[in-house]
Design a protein around this ligand. Structure first.
Ligand SMILES: C[S@@+](CC[C@H](N)C(=O)[O-])C[C@H]1O[C@@H](n2cnc3c(N)ncnc32)[C@H](O)[C@@H]1O
Length: 328
């Protein structure tokens, strides 16, 4: 395999669970694979090297140089189209043998202070993956206190959400909160910091990022688009980085996890038809990968094969979506 691509600033993005993803999507030679989250192209490159044809999508226009490098190296077998999961059907132009989704932020997004994703570096409070829409600063300075608390609790599982929301609303009455550093210091002031624990702003920053980018709705769009786009026997591999997303993927692939699957219209001993077979248990990074790439710690891979059953209409019921979800 080639070297990981370098980001313009900071560390290269190291693809997580790469061997497991390739295994989940096999056989790859001659297969048409949709990489819905191109990033620095770590998965795309490995898929191309294994003989697949790759159509790559990313909503972040700044990944284009990585895509151009791959297009030059694999002429005729690689194509990049900017766009989001919600547009996958029209972008894919036909059915595919495999789909991979690696949900979340890339190292390039996280490491560039000006993108505003990280509380470790001071930058504008932005967090958008695309140049349009509300920034994190817009939400933090506009939402009512109760709405802000719901956002932090539901999308970040932050137990001290009310206290943080109260501190934010009090502070912004003096002057708008404009930078990641200001927000991180404010959260630390609100809930304190214990030595050895993760930074107190970790959960709040996760919540804001998910809200700003409508990440949970996007994930659901991506899953149902994959169901429509995959050929019978085609494979889906999804890597997620926290429990909210993993729960959605688990329930999507195996509706029994979301409640009874037996149809009201069928006799009690007849199972409702399944859209996915060979649903694999969640896979996590092993010790060698964790030692080399600490970011892999929270990654979970789920995979399955598409059956011949007609694709379901998009529905969020039973997937465990929180009430507050942010931008669509
Ligand atoms: C974790 S990175 C992917 C890294 C990639 N697998 C690699 O090996 O370099 C996630 C990427 O997906 C993109 N992304 C996230 N949500 C998206 C969505 N809803 N539609 C399209 N792209 C999305 C982000 O902009 C980011 O570049």
């Amino acid at each position: 395999m080639g070297k990981p691509e370098s980001s313009a600033e900071g560390r290269p993005h190291v693809p997580v669970l790469l061997a497991e993803v390739l295994e989940a999507l096999a056989p790859l030679s001659g297969a048409r694979i949709l990489d819905g989250t191109f990033g620095a192209g770590g998965y795309s490159r490995a898929l191309l090297e294994a003989g697949a044809e790759v159509l790559a999508i990313d909503r972040d226009p700044s990944v284009r140089p990585f895509a151009e490098a791959l297009a030059g190296q694999f002429p005729g077998r690689f194509r990049f189209i900017p766009g989001t999961f919600a547009e996958l059907d029209s972008l894919a132009e036909g059915r595919v043998d495999g789909v991979v989704l690696d949900i979340g932020v890339s190292s390039m997004q996280l490491d560039q202070a000006k993108r505003g994703f990280s509380f470790m570096q001071d930058g504008p409070l932005d967090m958008r993956m695309t140049p349009e829409g509300d920034t994190a600063a817009d939400l933090v300075n506009r939402l009512e206190e109760a709405e802000l608390a719901d956002l932090l609790f539901q999308l970040g599982e932050e137990r001290k959400s009310r206290r943080i929301a109260h501190f934010i609303v009090t502070a912004r009455a003096q002057a708008p909160i404009a930078t990641t550093g200001e927000l991180a210091r404010l959260i630390e002031k609100a809930i304190g910091r214990k030595p050895g624990d993760a930074h107190p702003a970790t959960r709040s920053f996760q919540a804001l990022r998910i809200a700003v980018n409508g990440e949970l709705d996007q994930l659901v769009e991506g899953l149902f688009a994959s169901e429509r786009l995959l050929e019978e026997g085609g494979r889906l591999a999804v890597v997620t980085f926290h429990s909210l997303e993993d729960r959605i993927v688990k329930r999507f692939l195996d509706p029994e996890k979301a409640g009874p699957t037996r149809s009201r219209h069928l006799p009690q001993d007849v199972e409702a038809p399944r859209n996915w077979s060979d649903v694999q248990k969640a896979r996590k990074a092993g010790p060698a990968e964790l030692a080399a790439n600490p970011r892999a710690r929270s990654a979970t891979l789920r995979s399955a094969r598409r059956t011949a059953i007609a694709a379901r209409p998009l529905m969020t019921a039973g997937l465990g979506m929180p009430g507050y979800r942010g931008a669509a």
